[in-house]
Design a protein around this ligand. Structure first.
Ligand code: SAH
Ligand code: SF4
Ligand code: F3S
Length: 451
């Protein structure tokens, strides 16, 4: 006999952890599931299936997922529920995750999402039966780009397009080459076609994504050519990109960023650390001198390009003196902002196999605090220089703290907040905002011209 649950479309809830690529992958998964007749729900209580798209980059990311699995265990005791783990943690831990977490019914890595709808159907069918085997798809692919799938995107001002996937760099601390596999780029024709559709749908900004986005290569297309072509599309206000690697920054790309009016004047340039011995241990393939030469070239080309970075504290064998090299490099460069991380040893990485994770936890934490404090003071000083200026801001929506205020971003990706007025301002508008005061993280201002 059919139950109430069988007669309606099965409802799937997706929770996403990790980077923008994971957010994008969840949009791909939504599209794949909808095409197969599943309904997506924001409401966990209603869901027949709960999927977690997971991140493996640091221990903290793992712990969050284990916390959620514990919650789902309690729900599963009370009612039928299929639990799926997707993404980087699924790929990295594979069957080990199923052994330690028997409530997991489905395990699917980032290159196997086409198999997900079938695995969900099977898991739903075999619910309640004895000895059911979990559905597992964790093959990595050298070709999969999901180029033919239009992601089911959230409404808003920005749309992401993954232009390449995977990473061949094997930085010794990093799990991504193992969870995302080899680099592969998507055909530019498909990217430009999708971008055009998105602009017709009303998106104003396109962010080109890749684990190593500036390694993009397809026939005679490189990343500089691609970003220029996207910036040239009719109706686009802004193009952004993330994350580039400093090793792939030819003058043509700098030219595209500096001179194309639609390409944002912002480069995220992960330094990781400011000491040559540690950079070598990390296999970052540049020296501090080479990195600083690139920073100089960027600044000479256009002083108003904002630089942001990622930093790791307490990598294997890092001494206090070596940490101070990072501290001084951060002072020298003067980033707009920085993400600062404690080194977290990851399974399978080269560092986990070859180098001792021997910097004590409290030393790592202390180094993070010192760098964060330094960066805060630099960000505040840079933001103060903007008080009194009027900047073009792309309106994104209501401010987080109050629906009486708008939130938007400058070209250089700074967050701006201002009072709503009786004006026709709407999300997606590019408007001038006069900056009146600042904090280390936010600019506050007012709309100037009545329109
Ligand atoms: N592909 C991108 C980003 C990768 S992950 C890039 O190369 O820039 C984002 C950041 O996480 C990295 O830049 C690095 O700073 C940090 N990270 C990666 N692995 C880490 C680890 N094992 N411990 C601490 N931080 C890590
Ligand atoms: Fe990880 Fe390095 Fe690849 Fe970035 S470039 S994803 S840090 S291996
Ligand atoms: Fe995490 Fe995978 Fe992104 S490890 S940071 S979700 S590529």
């Amino acid at each position: 006999m059919k139950t109430d649950q069988d007669s309606r479309a099965q409802q799937v809830h997706i929770e996403t952890f990790g980077c923008q690529m994971n957010q994008y992958d969840s949009e791909l998964v939504r599209s794949l599931l909808k095409a197969r007749g599943f309904t997506l729900t924001e409401d966990k209580e209603q869901a027949d299936v709960i999927l977690m798209n997971t991140c493996a980059i640091r221990e903290h990311a793992h712990n969050r997922v284990y916390g959620h699995l514990a919650e789902l265990k309690a729900i599963k005791r009370q009612r039928n529920l299929v639990v799926g783990v997707l993404g980087c943690m699924a790929q990295n831990l594979k069957t080990e995750l199923i052994e330690t977490e028997p409530i997991v019914d489905i395990l699917v890595g980032p290159d196997s999402y086409r198999r997900l709808p079938d695995l969900i159907s099977k898991a739903l069918e075999s619910q309640g039966q004895d000895n059911t085997q979990p559905g597992i798809a964790v093959d990595l692919s050298e070709y999969e780009t999901y180029g033919d799938i239009m992601p089911e995107r959230a409404e808003g001002v920005n749309a992401w397009i993954a232009v390449m996937r995977g990473c061949d760099n094997f930085c010794t601390f990093c799990v991504v080459p193992y969870t995302r596999g080899r680099e592969r780029s998507r055909d530019p024709e498909g990217i430009l076609h999708e971008a055009k559709l998105l602009l017709q749908q009303g998106y104003k900004q396109i962010t080109l994504l890749g684990q190593n986005v500036n390694s993009y290569r397809f026939d005679d297309w490189d990343f500089a050519r691609l970003i220029t072509a996207v910036g040239d599309l009719a109706g686009i206000e802004r193009v952004r990109f993330t994350s580039p690697h400093p090793k792939d920054f030819p003058p043509t790309l700098l030219d595209a960023v500096a001179s194309h009016p639609k390409v944002c004047k912002h480069i995220h340039l992960p330094l990781q650390c400011g000491n040559d011995r540690i950079l070598k241990l990390m296999n970052r393939t540049y020296s501090v001198k080479e990195y600083l030469a690139l920073v100089d070239a960027i600044r000479q080309r256009r002083a108003d390009i904002a630089l942001t970075t990622d930093l790791i504290c307490g990598f294997c064998t890092e001494t206090e003196e070596e940490f101070l090299d990072t501290y001084r490099t951060v002072q020298d460069v003067g980033y707009h902002s920085a993400f600062v991380f404690k080194y977290s040893e990851r399974k399978h990485t080269i560092a986990a196999r070859k180098h001792p994770d021997n910097v004590p936890e409290r030393v790592k934490a202390d180094r993070v605090t010192r760098l964060v404090d330094l960066q805060k003071s630099i960000s505040l000083q840079k933001n103060r220089e903007l008080v009194g200026s009027t900047l073009p801001v792309l309106v994104e929506g209501d401010a987080r703290k109050s629906s009486m205020q708008w939130m938007g971003r400058t070209d250089s990706t700074l967050t701006v907040v201002w009072e709503k007025r009786a004006s026709p301002t709407r999300p997606g508008d590019l408007i001038p905002v006069h900056i009146t005061r600042v904090s280390a993280t936010t600019l506050f201002g007012e709309e100037t011209t009545p329109r």
